[in-house]
Design a protein around this ligand. Structure first.
Ligand SMILES: *[C@@H]1O[C@H](CO)[C@@H](O)[C@H](O)[C@H]1NC(C)=O
Ligand SMILES: *[C@@H]1O[C@H](CO)[C@@H](O)[C@H](O)[C@H]1NC(C)=O
Length: 261
């Protein structure tokens, strides 16, 4: 009895020590996390994240600078054809140039159609619980310089061909979407970090059709049969140049195949 008690006490003390000692937690962080999480002021210096990427995406320096627009999502509503200011879709499609998107509150955004991301877009869900679900979900099509960070994307469903608002406020027709959490099609320089992806209709992440210079880091993939696809057809010769870094991710529980394929 006394021995058990003292062992529990030692363990509790050890856990408290771990929680209060910033130097030991910093030592446990990987090179990406140390870069921004090591800064106690990261909430007010969010753009610092752009320089923390590693691997083939390179540093995301094209996402920052004086000409950046800071945009806050305040409205969880999704109208994919005429997005209102305050919605996520407005931030990813209607704003030209560099945009850094954050969220006002915890929210669940249920997409009515797949969400297209414009070049020079950073979505930053740090410090808040943002769930994205519904039709789609995220699509990077012929775009570059994109950061997707700190989102929970799940229960994404297939979508038949549809018309959506696209980059630079242009309405575009989309083909069928299989229901992946994130899909990259002819995309370049994309950093996907610290997202939690699970239970989608098709897969969690597809990188296809000449996409390259992608880093997939610190994500948690779970509860999915087909997890990650890098190139999907031997006939697509452009995929010979595909360069993707996959690092510091966690797979499982309940992942079955393509980790990655
Ligand atoms: C892709 O990454 C490689 C290796 O880091 C680099 O040499 C190249 O310039 C990058 N290409 C683009 C288009 O960003
Ligand atoms: C967001 O949700 C988390 C738990 O899911 C909770 O701990 C946190 O307090 C919430 N934050 C806000 C601002 O409501």
């Amino acid at each position: 009895m006394a021995a058990t008690f003292s062992r529990c006490f030692t363990l509790a003390l050890f856990m408290v020590t771990l929680m209060v000692s910033p130097s030991s937690s910093l030592a446990n962080m990987n090179v990406i996390d140390k870069c921004w999480r090591g800064n106690p002021l990261w909430r007010s210096e969010r753009q610092q994240l752009a320089k923390c990427s590693v691997g083939f995406a390179g540093k995301m320096i094209n996402n920052i600078g004086k000409d950046i627009e800071k945009y806050k999502v305040t409205d969880l509503f999704d109208d994919p054809l005429s997005p209102k200011s305050g919605t996520l879709c407005y931030g990813t499609t209607m704003i030209k140039g560099k945009v850094w998107i954050t969220f006002k509150n915890n929210m669940t955004i249920t997409l009515q159609r797949p969400l297209l991301l414009s070049s020079f877009t950073a979505i930053d869900g740090r410090g808040i619980d943002v769930h994205i679900t519904g039709a789609g979900c995220l699509l990077v099509y012929q775009a570059a310089d994109i950061i997707i960070h700190g989102l929970r994307i799940h229960h994404c469903k297939a979508q038949p061909p549809s018309i959506v608002m696209g980059p630079n406020a242009k309405v575009i027709p989309l083909g069928r979407m299989d229901g992946d959490a994130i899909r990259l099609v002819t995309a370049r320089k994309v950093w996907i970090d610290h997202n939690t992806l699970y239970e989608c209709q098709d897969g969690l992440l597809d990188v296809t059709r000449g996409s390259t210079n992608v880093t997939v880091s610190n994500n948690w993939f779970r509860n999915q049969d087909k997890v990650m696809l890098l190139g999907h057809d031997d006939g697509h010769l452009r995929d010979k140049n595909m360069m993707v870094t996959v690092i510091f991710n966690h797979f499982g529980p309940n992942c079955n195949q393509r980790m990655p394929r």
